[in-house]
Design a protein around this ligand. Structure first.
Ligand SMILES: Nc1ncnc2c1ncn2[C@@H]1O[C@H](COP(=O)(O)OP(=O)(O)OP(=O)(O)O)[C@@H](O)[C@H]1O
Ligand SMILES: [Mg+2]
Length: 307
């Protein structure tokens, strides 16, 4: 449904997107993940034909977007990162307007508007204007607006920022239902647990490039950190030496908590414990868990804050 090949886009000297490729099939959810400034929204804008790429191409169901009138544009539903609603209309009025822009009329329009309001739980507030909404309610209306023309490709750019767990869960259920009905979905977020639940495949971007692209399970395995061990210990550990001398792939100490990524728990953990004991660090508590996608994300993109 969507093929993105080697997209690149610079703003002056700033290379926002350097090389991003991805594909999404019908019925598939692809998570587009990356830290602030990674190039996610710029990629989304190029997919939707809102920003012209410097190079690379986008095909939607095999066809490029040539201009604003390209028919394939109608097959895209975009939930933009910045909420875009008409403040002077109520929720229903907003959705009717978005529908009318796509030439939907009459009973079909009413049916779509009712379904979209229901989907995001705003039926009771349909007459109220967005200015009287909470931040989360505006977000939900923003999502509904993208669905009114029944797009085959749905692109959501951080759609759940500020949404409470109840609404988020309801939206996820609905996205899963939309995917099951054959929609292709691109879901942009920083939240690992969201892609872990939703995505069939994950594309991680950083500094304008794809740094990983695979299923959640393969990404977790590829990390090598099959285990994450958290130890409560005495003293300050020489983390650099520990990394150098043991089978540890990641080590961080924050106060009395030492977090380690260990590729092979059985082989390495006894050595690590002996190593710590030999340097006078008493271990008071130890817990281990499987690497999660947060570990994958941080190991690929680092811990440095972004712009
Ligand atoms: N219109 C623009 N003019 C100049 N620079 C831009 C413009 N749009 C984006 N950038 C820059 O391009 C880079 C990528 O921005 P983009 O918005 O695509 O990131 P993002 O991954 O969506 O980040 P976030 O998670 O914060 O939304 C950033 O460094 C940003 O400052
Ligand atoms: Mg963005």
């Amino acid at each position: 449904m969507l093929i993105v090949e080697h997209l690149a886009k610079s703003y002056g000297a700033k290379q926002a997107v350097i090389d991003v490729s991805l594909s999404v099939g019908a019925g598939e959810v692809v998570g587009l993940l990356g830290p602030n400034g990674a190039g996610k929204s710029t990629t989304v804008a190029m997919i939707c034909g809102l920003v012209a790429p410097d190079s690379g191409r986008v095909l939607i169901d095999g066809k490029p977007i040539v201009d604003d009138d390209s028919p394939v544009k109608r097959r895209i539903g975009l939930v933009p990162q910045d909420i875009s609603l008409f403040e002077d209309f109520g929720a229903r009025g907003n959705l009717e307007l978005f529908g009318a822009l796509y030439g939907i009329k009459g009973s079909l329009l009413k049916q779509r508007v009712d379904a979209a309001l229901e989907l995001v739980g705003l039926t009771e507030r349909a007459r109220d204007k967005p200015s009287s909404y909470s931040g989360g309610m505006k977000r939900r209306l923003n999502i509904a607006a993208a669905l009114i023309h029944d797009p085959d490709l749905l692109i959501l750019d951080e759609p759940t920022v500020g949404i409470d767990p109840q609404s988020r869960n309801a939206i996820f259920d609905n996205l899963e239902a939309l995917a099951a009905s054959g929609k292709a979905i691109v879901y942009t977020t920083h939240y690992m647990e969201e892609v872990e639940r939703l995505a069939d495949r994950i594309v991680i971007v950083d500094h304008g490039r794809v740094v990983a692209s695979d299923t959640p399970a393969v990404l977790k395995r590829a990390l090598g950190n099959t285990g994450v061990v958290v130890l409560e210990i005495d003293g300050t550990v020489d983390v650099a030496a520990l990394l150098l001398e043991s089978g540890v792939t990641r080590a961080e100490q924050r106060e009395e908590t030492l977090t380690l990524g260990i590729a092979d728990l059985g082989a390495s953990l006894p050595y690590v414990l002996t190593w710590l004991a030999a340097r006078g660090h008493a271990v008071r508590r130890i817990t281990s868990s499987q690497a999660n996608l947060e570990d994958v994300f941080l190991s690929l993109t680092g811990r440095q804050l972004r712009d």
